[in-house]
Ligand binder design. Structure first.
Ligand SMILES: [Fe+2]
Ligand SMILES: [Fe+2]
Length: 166
């Protein structure tokens, strides 16, 4: 995804956030087979574009979308920790985001409710619904790419094993 860089209005909105030292750490965290930084940027930009078309608050949508998964975690988490995180990370992301930035009520709602309906926090604004929906679509796309890669990796291993047997 590079089209966002040419969108100067979008870049002006998110500049301060992506250059934040703590947020920069998300560049080193694996998330659905990409980095958490890449995932957040994609969710933010697509949500921003939709909010603009619908004449909603695109600035808050871009910011809320960018910070929706703003939590710092290890790349060595166990499966149990990953499952727990599905339910707990919106709260942690909100806490992290609030400790780094002043957020509007709508931006906070976007972060808090983005995992609905897995999480019981119901989105209160259209902008929150947009980010929550875009997040799911982007996550499915990223996870399917990750899964395909794993299938190919497993296939290559199997091939090497078969060749090795000959
Ligand atoms: Fe999330
Ligand atoms: Fe996400």
């Amino acid at each position: 995804m590079s089209s966002h860089k040419a969108d100067l209005q979008y870049m002006n909105i998110i500049n301060k956030y992506i250059n934040n030292e703590e947020f920069q750490k998300t560049k080193n965290i694996e998330h659905h087979g990409v980095t958490r930084f890449e995932h957040s940027l994609k969710v933010s930009y697509y949500s921003y574009k939709i909010a603009k078309i619908l004449m909603l608050d695109y600035k808050e949508t871009a910011i809320g979308g960018l910070l929706h998964d703003f939590f710092i975690s290890s790349n060595d988490r166990t499966s149990k920790e990953k499952i727990e995180s599905v339910f707990t990370h919106p709260k942690i992301a909100l806490k992290t985001a609030k400790s780094e930035f002043d957020l509007t009520v709508k931006e906070q709602d976007i972060i808090r409710s983005h995992m609905f309906p897995i999480n019981i926090s119901v989105p209160k604004y259209m902008e929150s619904w947009i980010v929550s929906s875009v997040d799911k679509i982007v996550a499915i796309e990223e996870l399917s790419l990750k899964f395909k890669f794993k299938v190919r990796y497993a296939y290559n291993l199997l091939l090497l094993f078969i060749i090795g047997l000959r």
